[in-house]
Design a protein around this ligand. Sequence first.
Ligand code: PEP
Ligand code: MG
Length: 660
Amino acid sequence: MERSTIVRVHEGLHARPATRFVRLAKSFESNVEIAKGEKSVSAKSPVKLMLLGVKENDEVTVKADGADAIEAVEALIGYLENPRSGLEEDEAAKPGSGQEKPASPQAEDPQAASVAATASSGDLRGIAASEGVHLGPVFALFPPKIEPAARRLDAGEVESEITRLREAVAAVQKRMDAALADQSLAAGDRGIVAALRDIAADDTLIEEAQAAIRKGLDAVSAMVAASEKVAADFGGVDDAYLNARADDVRAVGRQICLVLLGENDVDLAAVPEGAVLVAEDIGAWDLSRAPLKRLGGIVCGKGGATSHIAIIARSHGIPAVLGVGDRIFELKDAREVAVDGDTGHLLADPDEQARAAFLTRMDAAAREREALGAFVDTVPKRADGAVVEVAANLGSLEEIDAAKEAGAMGVGLFRTELLFMRHMHMPSEDMQAETYAALAKAFAPHPVIVRTLDIGGDKPVAGIDFPEEDNPFLGWRGIRMCLDRPDIFKRQLRALLRAAVHGNVKVMLPMVSDVAEVRRARTLIDECAAELDLDGTPYARFDLGVMIETPAAVLIAPDLAREVAFFSIGTNDLTQYVMAADRLNPAVAALNDVANPAVMAAIAMTARAGVEAGIMVGMCGEAAGRPDLIPRFIEMGLTELSMSPASIPRAKKTIAGMCS
Ligand code: PEP
Ligand code: MG
């Protein structure tokens, strides 16, 4: 029995839809295959199905052979043609944040230069990814190397080696199931573990490894070869999201090998108080287990200012130096390391003199932090008595506590990207509504400003097919992509309307460069409201604002001000676009300076247009936290400044100091 059809699943058959499809296939006894072009695979293996690379509008054939073949083909074709709304979604949450510029080194801070001064020429350097200084014991996270025995098996050993492999796979599955059952696992981490468990539970890896054992390889060598082969298959698919799954396959293969070798991975739970986590790379899996509250610093061979670990480090106020490169291995056996997150300098096992100098600096920084604690509850006001909202930039619900402890008066930017990026699938409307509602409740009565999806071709997201672009920063990102994909955008807008019943939700659109974009977004919001009316789902209208981060938006600011309730100036992007200097390219870092008169003039023009129109003007780029610039922003008429939580007390102090 076989039938062909055109696939109508928006995300194509990868990530969650693949799992749904497989679950449906497995509910039938028959052998079921799905074919695209020449290639046909078992419909009961999520990995094989993902590797088939089925996309929306592809033609596929479903074939079944067995007692319930007709029912199986009908059910699977039915799913492909008409995936019930929400069926391609998953409820497991995975919130987080998007890209963020590094905290600017506080050049005006007299302490900032001193680590470089204590550093000798042989010292290590990396990217200053999260400000602050710390000296602490090294906690090296260099997972054990997998060293296969590279031994040929005798024919008589094959079956017992296969049994050993199966037992190791079962042990890893059991460990992942236990992790999933742990209630304390953050919702965001649950999705990562669930994705890895899906791969561990799939037959593809084991079948590959078994075949290798039958050819005479020992179980560890067979699993290394099998995971490399399957990872290479993922790497070869024409889909950035699936390419990224190669790392998941390697991670699962590695766990299985460690069980076979009787070794344990480094236990992050054992990190001592104040230690500096030193690693070649820190993946999502490690991050989910890291006791961030105990960490004094983070040093990493890979990563940069926009990597996930940098954003988390900044949110938690942990000094971090990333992108150290291969020299990270020099720190592996060090006892202590001094981390300067302001300049990117590192000192391994400093001598007494350097140690003393560094400790003095740490002391001064701690005293400054303590003194700044006095400003946590300050409600800063301008000279005319108007309150200046000092709010937090957040990317996940996990960061709420740190923001509140720092004195955040609401959220000026909730980046919704990681909610999408950390998933194996498109987050459902319900999951999004719950996330935005939790954020609103946590900060009520202060406003929370949620930014609609701002994603571009440089970041893979399940279910969105990004074109290869020569200039992703000038390409199909932010509001441009959302308006072209109303299926994704409306799901987010409906979730936001539902969360707005809490009264303090505002919404802003990223990358706006034309009034028409705002009008089209508003039409979609009206459509969503009408749909919710029809369903009888409770919702409320929200204030709509725009980010001012393109030169076009600055130039048409008076027109935009007539359309929206507020502006939020995104200086990270505005600087790169005004100066034509890529925010990620160190070679033009000197030009990428928000204090450049050209950028400051653009900010002033925006503020003038907003103030004249009587709408709120805020700022959510990293410049909002710069004490040297804050007085100028306040003078321009800004009444809201949103920043990394760790910068909030200092910003409040600066504003309070303007009136004293
Ligand atoms: C900005 O561009 O200033 C901004 C806040 O957005 P992002 O850094 O997320 O691009
Ligand atoms: Mg931006």
